[in-house]
Write a protein that binds this ligand. Structure first.
Ligand code: PFF
Length: 455
């Protein structure tokens, strides 16, 4: 009998996949990236990329994982016959997993801090923007506290992942996502009915095409992949626990749709409120932490909504962190023969260390808050390098690999195994062979051109 573990049912898999996809990427990163990058036009480009690149790449990752029953490194190795380029790409996947895990859990740690603040009544009344700013800044610049909360999140993810697939990950994903969804709808209603929210809705819904730039398009692409957990082998690893009975194309369609819906909803929660509160859209990673307290402060029962919401965001973040952690862990277990517990302990401790500079780059350490030469925080640097660029590179190679090295006909056979239908076979083949890789390449060239050459 295989010791790899498996998902217990189809719904279990879709929920776990959606649990991986839906997380801070939707609730925290999407609204602030939209705010930073021109509003509606960013959201529009993001949406297009989710379906043109994200969906086909998700099918690709799940198929490669299920066929080989391996982590990304093992998968590339076995299907390419050990060619060095593909070893490198597998290595990049594991590295991205490590680094993203390390900074993602910093933000999840902030949310833990905000649960505490909400619980003790900090946001019970409507505070001024200045007061909310002050609370946030003194919190995130408190080195020992953010490092401790970072450790708490890493510990929780490590605990779930060391429990194995069925017992751990699935249980967490099953029940709480629908509740989070309902809460988001309520909060969106509150937000769009605030005085002055219209201006924010306009910002979110009417694209201003003069805001299009190379960096903006690159970030929209990175965000699409980040949000759908693609480009670093998470879905390869999750696919390796998937049974042949499941219809990959349908499962991927559900996961993609749920995920996109949650991001769009989160935009409706945050951006109208930004306008109503006369704040700036472009506040980077701080945005939701400065807007949500105002929303809770301005609604009846805000204390309970706030508490419930931040708690659910932690759970959503946890189901994503476990999927990120799963990539390096599966690598050490499958390729290096470590025990699961050993691998988790090693990856988690190292990630805590690697994540520490990201945790300290919001005011705790001047140097990390504004890196010399590039002028952005260490956190923003790592987020662009590993959240956007490395995932795009990963997705490019995954698409090229399945389409041109392994071949779409073998992939389609895997997808159609046990009589599963694959009605979009032709469309998928076209998207994965041409559209996805060419767009990714074009976006890189366009970014390099507009950023460095055309000035
Ligand atoms: N998709 C997750 C989110 O939106 O929060 C983050 C993530 C998970 C990114 C897994 C990458 C990944 F491989």
């Amino acid at each position: 009998m295989s010791t790899r573990g498996a998902w217990s049912s189809r719904a279990g898999f879709i929920l776990a996949g959606a649990g991986s996809a839906i997380g801070l990427g939707n609730i925290w990163r999407f609204p602030y990236m939209t705010g930073d990058n021109g509003g509606a036009v960013f959201a529009l480009v993001f949406l297009i990329f989710c379906f043109l690149i994200g969906y086909p790449v998700m099918i690709a990752e799940l198929t490669l994982g299920r066929h080989t029953q391996k982590n990304p490194v093992g998968m590339f190795n076995s299907l390419s016959g050990g060619r060095p380029l593909w070893k490198l790409v597998g290595g990049l996947c594991v590295l991205s997993g490590f680094i993203i895990f390390s900074w993602y859990s910093v933000i999840a740690g902030w949310v833990v801090g905000y649960v505490y603040k909400t619980a003790v009544g900090t946001f019970e009344t409507q505070l001024s923007n200045e007061a909310i700013d002050r609370i946030f800044s003194s919190f995130v610049s408190n080195g020992p506290v953010v490092m401790l909360l970072h450790a708490v999140m890493i510990f929780m993810a490590a605990f779930v992942v060391s429990g194995g697939v069925k017992g751990g990950i699935e249980k967490f994903s099953k029940w709480l996502m629908p509740v989070l969804f309902a809460l988001l709808i309520l909060l969106a209603i509150r937000s769009v009915t605030l005085d002055g929210a219209m201006e924010g809705l306009r910002f979110y819904l009417y694209p201003d095409f003069s805001k299009v730039s190379g960096v903006m398009v690159l970030k929209a692409m990175g965000q699409a992949l980040f949000s759908l957990s693609l480009g670093m082998g998470t879905m390869i690893t999750y696919g390796s626990y998937l049974s042949k009975k499941e219809n990959i194309a349908t499962s991927a369609a559900w996961i993609t749709s749920f995920d996109v819906l949650v991001s769009i909803l989160a935009g409706f929660v945050i951006l109208p409120a930004v306008a109503a509160m006369h704040q700036s859209y472009a506040q980077g990673p701080d945005l939701i932490f400065k807007v949500l307290p105002s929303i809770f402060g301005s609604m009846p029962g805000g204390y309970f909504f706030g508490l419930g919401f931040f708690t659910l965001v932690i759970i959503a973040a946890l189901t994503s962190t476990v999927s990120i952690l799963e990539v390096p862990v599966a690598y050490f277990v499958d390729e290096r023969g470590w025990s699961r517990k050993q691998a988790v302990a090693f990856v988690a401790s190292l990630a805590w260390l690697i994540g520490t500079p990201a945790a300290l780059s919001h005011g705790a350490t001047e140097f990390l808050t504004r890196l010399p030469a590039i002028g952005i925080s260490f956190f923003d640097f790592i987020s662009t390098a590993f959240g956007d660029i490395s995932l795009s590179i990963g997705a490019f190679f995954i698409a090229v690999f399945i389409a041109w090295i392994w071949g779409v006909s073998k992939a389609s056979n895997e997808i159609e195994s046990e009589g599963n239908s694959f009605v979009i076979r032709g469309i998928w083949s076209f998207l994965i062979k041409f559209v996805a890789p060419i767009i990714i390449l074009a976006v890189f060239l366009y970014t390099i051109w507009t950023t460095f050459l055309a000035s």
